[in-house]
Design a protein around this ligand. Structure first.
Ligand code: PLP
Length: 372
């Protein structure tokens, strides 16, 4: 049987009773939209982060989009972010009517180069969207300083970083608001789509609640300004409540898998294989385990003979995609991002990845590198 980078079925086997009970609870509750489970999850997810508010939405892309809109970002505004991210980060910025401005990432950790952010600020800059890529936080101190100095808002894209820590702070608690995705592969994943925005700003949260609900006031059924239909589904919310109680366990499982890769593959740097680096003060949650090798394509091809099918996150830099050509970026403008896209690939990573499967990956990678 082919092994993939992600597989939820071992987890489902373990948690099946609890998850089916969650579905039954909602189906039997008499309320299928914005009921007790969404409210409960919102309270518990806010409490997990120690923030005042959480608004559940339908997916991570809309969490970024509505988050920006609630922070007052719209047409004419520039939003500084990275091209080295999942395309939805950028789709959401464009969806909010704003103009994405890309900075490059650092060669060592693939994260936003905060020095370049300072240079990218113009009179039209309104927001910064740092992406805590792969499960590790961006350096937030320089961004907060820039935001204070220039009157900008920070929306953290935490779609890959549930429970990640940065000098003790949880991802999502270091900006003005933070967007999460609960797409099934994520560190906290639903059994379908889901997302959330957290903030400690009462007004931003009130706006989020209107924006996800056609733009209506909850109570008065009046649209003051048209919003969206972006509600978190009640069934997914109840599943997420139960999985949130296990989030720290999932993270520990991912970190154990990462440790084993380090033990099994950490000595191959002289053969060109670079493993993820973790910056001081960061707790990495390993949404994906991204490694780097100049002959990435040959390695992926060779591993297919071992029935191992690997992924690339991400093979095409967003700024070179035709859908964003109107932004005026060309190949060559973000050299680190472009180089990484050609050399990175992901090894299987999920908390219930068995030792046997992981050992199979380690020995196959070693063998492939030896015969490359
Ligand atoms: C997954 C992801 C998103 C989008 O989340 P969806 O729930 O799939 O809409 C946004 N940003 C990043 C960095 C992601 O990884």
């Amino acid at each position: 049987m082919t092994m993939y980078v992600w597989d939820y079925l071992p987890e489902y086997e373990k948690e099946r009773d609890d998850l089916l009970e969650a579905v039954d609870k909602v189906f039997s509750s008499g309320r299928l939209i914005l009921g007790e489970s969404v409210r409960g999850f919102e309270r518990e997810f806010a409490d997990y982060h120690g923030v005042a508010h959480c608004t559940g939405v339908d997916n991570g892309t809309n969490a970024v989009k509505l988050g920006l809109e609630a922070l007052g970002v719209g047409p004419g505004d520039e939003v500084i972010t990275v091209s080295n991210t999942a395309a939805p980060t950028v789709v959401a910025i464009v969806g909010a009517g704003a103009t994405p401005v890309f900075v490059d990432v650092r060669e060592e950790d693939f994260l936003m180069d905060t020095d370049q952010v300072a240079e990218a600020i113009t009179p039209r800059t309104k927001a910064i969207v740092p992406v805590h890529l792969y499960g590790q936080c961006v350096d937030m101190a320089p961004l907060r300083e820039l935001a204070d100095r220039h009157g900008l808002v920070i929306l953290e894209d935490c779609a890959q970083a549930h429970g990640a820590r940065h000098h003790g702070w949880l991802a999502g608690t270091m900006g003005h608001a933070a967007a999460f995705s609960f797409y099934p592969t994520k560190v906290l994943g639903a059994y379908g789509d889901g997302g959330a925005v957290i903030t400690s700003d009462d007004e931003v949260d009130a706006d989020l609640r209107r924006l996800r609900y056609y733009g209506m006031e909850d109570v008065y059924y009046v649209v003051r300004s048209p919003g969206h239909n972006s509600r978190l589904d009640e069934v997914q919310a109840e599943i997420l409540r139960r999985k949130l109680r296990r989030l720290d366990q999932y993270i520990a499982g991912r970190r154990a898998v990462a440790r084993r890769y380090e033990e099994g593959l950490g000595d191959l740097a002289d053969q060109g294989l670079l493993l993820p680096t973790v910056n001081p003060g960061n707790t990495h949650v390993y949404y994906v385990y991204v490694v780097r090798h100049p002959r990435r394509d040959d390695i992926i091809e060779a591993l297919k003979r071992y029935d191992i099918s690997l992924n690339i996150s991400y093979p095409w830099p967003v700024h070179t995609m035709s859908g964003f050509s109107h932004l005026g970026y060309k190949e060559g403008m973000l050299p680190v991002t472009e180089r990484l896209a050609k050399e990175i690939f992901s090894l299987p990573m999920y908390p219930s990845l068995s030792r046997e499967r992981q050992d199979k990956v380690i020995s196959a990678v070693r063998e492939v590198l030896r015969t490359l």
